[in-house]
Design a protein around this ligand. Structure first.
Ligand code: PLP
Length: 283
């Protein structure tokens, strides 16, 4: 695999970052993931805008202009001959002698790599996923896409141990989001519900795209928190993320959702999202 590292491309075994990198020592780094389907980058403009926003929120400069990042992504994909999978990018504040307070003017560290996978062929796309429901253990700035992911790693591990596929998290009696996804439910009235963006969740790029598609097709979307008490009564549930696209959810905690099969609104959104993704130009 070819890795992009600070302006150059290296075979993976030759790509190395300094031990004093602040991403390694403090989790002082931001990441992004863009999905690729059939030679097309999906919602990449949204991911690059969020990268810029996350970096701005913690005062790390952009490592290079957006147009150059896009060129790099295309070159990386070409070098790795990837048509389907994900492009991972990570920007750290930089490397220097370990000290909580960073120096001004540090040069950010920038790495990117590809992970090939047929995202739309994942069996969970068809059968749906069973989500554990666990308290949200994270800090108060979840709108920043940092590599401080220990809360999510722990939650996913305990979900797996309990026999679930993945996990949604809650706080103050309401669902916040998935450990690596945005949570949606569909009410008995056919209303699509997801939590409004705030510092309590990551503003999902797939969330934004799916909401726009739903509204374009006259499907009602209500941005409000999902209370834990309503979960046993919802008609459908699904999650969104760059790598999971629109994925049905068939169980949340002890509650089997609907008939225990992916619901019709979910299926429709899955189809519309894939159609939109496949209508873009190949790179
Ligand atoms: N929420 C969290 C905590 C995530 O980690 C992710 C993606 O990894 C998402 C939501 C979904 O965001 P996106 O649709 O931009 O991939």
């Amino acid at each position: 695999r070819q890795i992009f590292l600070n302006g150059s491309y290296f075979p993976e075994h030759q790509a190395s970052v300094p031990v004093m990198d602040r991403g390694l020592l403090f989790g002082d780094a931001i990441y992004e993931v863009t999905a690729m389907l059939d030679g097309r980058m999906i919602d990449n403009d949204l991911h690059l805008a969020r990268l810029q926003r996350s970096l701005g929120e913690i005062n790390i400069p952009m490592p290079m202009p957006i147009e150059d990042i896009i060129e790099m992504q295309i070159e990386l994909v070409r070098r790795n001959a990837m048509t389907d999978g994900t492009i991972y990018m990570q920007v750290s504040r930089g490397a220097e002698e370990r000290n909580f307070l960073p120096s001004e003017g540090l040069k950010p560290g920038f790495v990117a790599f590809t992970q090939p996978k047929k995202l739309d062929r994942n069996p969970a796309q068809q059968v749906g996923a069973k989500m554990a429901l666990l308290p949200d253990p994270r800090w108060s700035r979840r709108d920043i896409k940092t590599v401080m992911l220990l809360g999510q790693v722990n939650a996913k591990q305990s979900a797996k141990l309990d026999g679930f596929d993945d996990v949604w998290m809650f706080e103050d009696g309401c669902v916040t989001e998935g450990a690596s996804s945005t949570a949606f439910v569909v009410t008995g009235d056919g209303e699509i519900v997801t939590r409004p963006n705030s510092t309590a969740i990551l503003p999902g790029c797939t969330r934004q795209a799916v909401i726009a598609i739903a509204r374009d097709h006259g499907m009602p979307v209500h941005e409000r928190a999902i209370a834990l008490e309503e979960i046993p009564h919802v008609a459908e549930a699904f999650l969104t993320s760059a790598s999971s696209l629109v994925q049905p959810v068939i169980q949340i905690g002890a509650s089997v959702i609907g008939s225990g099969q992916p619901g019709p609104v979910t299926r429709q959104l899955q189809k519309l999202y894939l159609e939109a993704a496949r209508s873009g130009a190949r790179i």
